[in-house]
Design a protein. Structure first.
Ligand code: 13P
Length: 377
């Protein structure tokens, strides 16, 4: 087998944009400005609207954070009104414009791209020439709802690395199957842990620098039974880190399903529903949501999981903020009123996770006192 191409670090992306790997490696090594401190993590925010992009970038700029904006296939379809490729072009142009005036560095990442299905291959190829980072989730054949063989996963991921690395675009692979509902195209009922022996072979043969091992996290709002504390396999995470570091210390891990969910958001939403007289099934749904325990995520960050994927909790914040705005102005004939409320909610939700992950003061000092920040809606 020929040598896999190394990530081209000379590639210059549009102003203030860079590969996700460059930013995440800084976090693994604890680099902020020209100082080195403790390890921190980059929450990769799944954005599905222009407002989401603006709110996330607003939070990065307030805190001086490194930013990853993640786009799933279905988000791209949404941006492109059904056409993911058109969606890619639009978000690329939009983020380029926003980044140009930014005080921080931003990466754009394709979340759960695949190189197995025909549609997935097309989007991935287009993403390699527009975004700064891509995920090649080839561990599951989502269309046929089954895990792929290690050989097939390696072959498909390696092809993506060969295409992306010369262009300076980092590649995230996945090994193991993650349970839960990510979006309409990406869901699985079962979950398997990553096998450390397979991890070694996968990393050596694919050359990818970002990897999502499966260690017990789940996508979606129901990560356990109400009252449960979701337990992750931190021991396995450390075993994986040892193996990865022995191959290449630049390899960084990714935790999918890292939404912790915020009790104050749930209470806020339920209070709105109650006052609107809608406290029946919807309220019970809110009550049943269970996120990943933050202490467990901190354990993962310690094991080199420096990209933590966060979607569900921000969707919740959006909805809670919208419910409050509707309750406050049920007959307000003004889109801006509702947009302002959801922007504010998202902005605060993003700031909260960036602060929890220690991702602030990377590109400049935060513009607020992070110790006294309180996430309230
Ligand atoms: P959550 O569902 O926990 O937000 O995870 C999102 C995710 O992993 C996207 O890839």
């Amino acid at each position: 087998m020929s040598k896999v191409p190394a990530l081209n670090k000379e590639r210059r992306f549009p102003l203030n944009m860079t590969s996700a790997h460059e930013l995440i490696l800084k976090a693994k090594n604890g680099v902020k400005g020209n100082k080195t401190s403790g390890r921190y993590a980059l929450p990769a925010f799944n954005v599905t609207t222009y407002q989401g992009i603006d709110a996330a970038v607003g939070a990065f700029e307030t805190l001086g954070s490194s930013g990853v904006l993640a786009f799933s296939n279905s988000a791209l379809k949404h941006f492109g009104y059904g056409d993911a490729i058109k969606g890619l072009e639009r978000v690329h142009e939009y983020v380029k414009l926003v980044a140009r005036d930014s005080s921080v560095k931003i990466a754009t990442h394709l979340d759960h791209g695949d190189y197995i299905s025909e549609g997935g291959r097309k989007v991935l190829q287009a993403a390699v020439s527009t975004l700064t980072s891509v995920m090649a989730d080839n561990s599951t054949d989502h269309k046929n709802k089954k895990a792929t063989s290690l050989e097939m996963n390696i072959e498909a991921t390696r092809e993506v690395v060969e295409m992306a690395h010369p262009l300076g675009v980092s590649v995230e692979g996945e090994l193991g199957v993650l349970a839960g509902v990510e979006d309409e195209d990406t869901h699985s009922e079962v979950s398997t842990y990553t096998d450390p022996q397979e991890l070694k072979v996968f990393l050596e043969k694919t050359g990818c620098l970002l990897l999502a091992p499966t260690i017990g996290t789940m996508h979606g709002p129901n990560k356990g039974k109400p009252g449960d504390v979701v337990k992750l396999n931190i021991e396995l995470a450390h075993e994986c880190l040892k193996i990865a570091n022995s191959i290449n210390e630049d390899i960084v891990f990714v935790a999918h399903g890292a939404s912790t969910l915020y009790p104050q958001v749930v209470e806020h939403a339920m209070a709105q529903l109650k006052e609107m007289g809608a406290i029946s099934d919807a309220a019970n749904t809110w009550r049943d949501f269970v996120g990943t325990d933050w202490k467990q995520i901190e354990g993962l960050i310690g094991a080199g999981f420096c990209k933590i994927n966060t979607d569900t909790e921000n969707r919740q914040t959006y909805l809670a903020s919208l419910l409050a705005a509707i309750k406050q102005g049920p007959a307000k004939i003004d889109i801006r009123f509702f947009e302002k409320a959801t922007y504010e909610g998202l902005y605060k939700s993003y700031m909260q996770k960036l602060i929890m992950a220690g991702n602030y003061g990377v590109w400049h000092e935060p513009k607020i006192d992070v110790n006294s920040f309180k996430f309230e809606l």
